[in-house]
Structure formats: structure tokens, C-alpha cells
Design a protein around this ligand. Sequence first.
Ligand code: CA
Length: 228
Amino acid sequence: MKILIVEDEEGLREALIRTLEGEGYLTDGAKDGEEGYSMICTGLYDLVLLDIMLPVYDGLEVLRRIRNQSIDVPVILLTARSTVEDKVGGMDLGADDYLTKPFAMPELLARIRMVARRSTGGVTDTRFRTGDLILDPGTFTLSCTCGSRTVRLGAKEYQLMEYMMRNAGQVLSREQITQRVWGYDSDSEYNNVDVYVSFLRKKIGFVQSDTRIRSVRGIGYELEAPGE
Ligand code: CA
């Protein structure tokens, strides 16, 4: 799961990034409403933490713009203001939750888990499935409905596998994968993607799944389950 933090206070933004990365989330930061808005429009994020008091456009304006474009990424508003009008205004614009500063990190983590669960339709089984392949975000393990073998994935392997399963049946370019897994400003080479795909193919083979990562020449990769 990848989270965008739109927060102009650098200290808080960095603290949020450290905490969330420590919990196994991928993160990027944006320092104002304009940067946050354009990053949200890339479609790379599964959840956005959006401060209300921001330079350029404020958080409510960012929210209004993305909802007007039918971008339905879950948004948790962060604000120092705790007026009822702000809260109602934010929820009316399509925020999923609202947190008043200062907040405790465990409270934020609980809200993130709740919003993430709600966006998967309240399903308590949060495992990802493609064909016979199962990815468990609680244990970072890959398994197959066909057998009993389980294999643990490294952090980047897990993020790559999750991204491919969220987009199964779609071709993902090396550039999209690099931005998503290694970060928006990443200077890592695209060949990281090839290396990690080869690790995942070995692990998918190990659990004896029929789901395959297909190479799409000159573009990237597609996760493909037989018959789907
Ligand atoms: Ca602020």
C-alpha cells in the first residue's frame, strides 16, 4: 500500500514518512497543494493524508479538484483547526476521515487501517488474490490455493507483488513500477524492476502457482492468471 502525505510542515511530514515506512507502507511526500494535487493525479497512491492549511491550494481545494475528476482515492484530512464547519465541509467534499492535530501516531495508524479496510468494501480478509495466488499483507507471505507452500517476501518484493495483484490483467510499464515501488523521485535504474520480477517469478514457482508474470516486450509486465 502506498500513501501520499501532503503536509507543508517539513518536520511533521518527515516524521509521518518515517513512522509509516516503519509500518511497512510505501510513502511519498508533497509540500503544497499544487504538488500534492499533481501527484494524486498520477494514480500511484492508495491513500492520501491531506493537510488542510497548505500553500498554493489548500487541502479542501485539492480534495474538491480530485473528487470533481472522479478520483476516488481514500483521503484522511489532517488539520489544526477542529471547527465543526471544517469537519462537515471536508466530509461533504468526500473526505473519508478527519484527524485533528496534534494526534498520536497509533491513532493515525488505526485510522489508516480503518479507511483501507472500508475501501476494500469492509472485507475483513485483506489478502490479495489473483487466480490461485494469495498474498497476505499481514505476514508478507505468498501462497497458492493449490498447495501448502508459503514463502515470505522482502519489503520491495512485497510492494511489487501487491501492485501487480491490484492491477492484475493490466500491463504495467517499468516506469510505473519504478515510481510506485522505488519512489517518485527515485533515480534507481529500471533494471531493478527486472531483477525483482525474476525474484518474484522464482517465489511464484516455489509455491507452485499457475499465475504468471508475463513480459510485455519494450513496455513492462503483466500479472496473468490462466483463464482470466
Ligand atoms: Ca499546514
